[in-house]
Design a protein. Structure first.
Length: 82
């Protein structure tokens, strides 16, 4: 499911070299969590949405076109196809 981008929304595109990345790893990769422990807490508390739905599984695999939301910031995942 793709989310529409509303006027005023800022969405940052994050490029990954693998086909998937776990949510916990993604939060560290994009700088939203300093450590895996921080990421675990953020996810467990239900503060992260994936494609518009609260996601509490830190092992959730994110793929091309997924949108992650955290603290009014949105990140769109794009796979670097080589």
């Amino acid at each position: 499911m793709k989310l529409p981008v509303k006027e005023g929304d800022i969405m940052e595109t994050v490029y990954i070299d693998t086909e998937t990345i776990k949510l916990e790893q993604f939060l560290k990769f994009c700088g939203e969590a300093g450590t895996g422990g921080n990421a675990k807490i953020i996810i467990h508390e239900g503060l992260v949405k994936v494609n518009g739905e609260v996601e509490k599984r830190r092992g959730k695999k994110l793929k091309d076109e997924d949108v992650v939301e955290f603290e009014n910031r949105k990140y769109k995942i794009e796979h670097n196809k080589k």
